[in-house]
Ligand binder design. Sequence first.
Ligand SMILES: Cc1cc2nc3c(=O)[nH]c(=O)nc-3n(C[C@H](O)[C@H](O)[C@H](O)COP(=O)(O)O)c2cc1C
Length: 141
Amino acid sequence: MISNLTNVEGLGFFLYRSTARPGLDQGDMHDILTAARRRNQQLELTGCLHHEDGLFFQWLEGPSPALLQVIELLVQDPRHLNLEVLDEGALDHRRFQEWRMRFSDRDRASLMDWFAVTESSTVHRGDYAGGITAFLMSAAA
Ligand SMILES: Cc1cc2nc3c(=O)[nH]c(=O)nc-3n(C[C@H](O)[C@H](O)[C@H](O)COP(=O)(O)O)c2cc1C
C-alpha cells in the first residue's frame, strides 16, 4: 500500500503529485472531476486538484478509511502515472471544507509563477510539500 494512513484515526490528508497521461484532454478532465466529486460527496471527502504542465497536484482530506478507499482507486487509474506521495497524516480541521474537489489549472493559478514570486522565507527551504500546500490554499482563497 502506498499510504500509511491506516495508522491515522479520524480526519486525515493525502498530498501527491503525478504525471498526466500523455494526450489527456478536456473530456477526460471533465470525466475525472465528475466521478471524483460524486464519490467525494458520498464519502465526505474534500480537497483540490491542480493541473499544470502535464502534472497533477492533489490534496485530499476526510475520514481516513474513506481516504484509503479513494487512494486505492487513484493508484490504479491509468489517466495518470508516477504517483508520488508528497505528504500525508492526521488533520485537525479541513482546509477545503467547501470543496468536493476544487479544480485549478495554470490559466487560473500558476504554481510556477507562485513559486517565482513567493519569498523563500514563506516556504522553508527544502519544504517542497509545504510549498505545494501553501500554493493550493492560496489558489483557493
Ligand atoms: C488526477 C486524478 C484525480 C482524481 N481524484 C479523485 C477524487 O478526488 N475522488 C475520487 O473518488 N476519484 C478521483 N479520481 C478518479 C478515480 O481514480 C476513479 O477513477 C474514480 O473514483 C472511479 O469512479 P467511478 O467508479 O464512479 O467511475 C481521480 C483521478 C485522477 C486521474
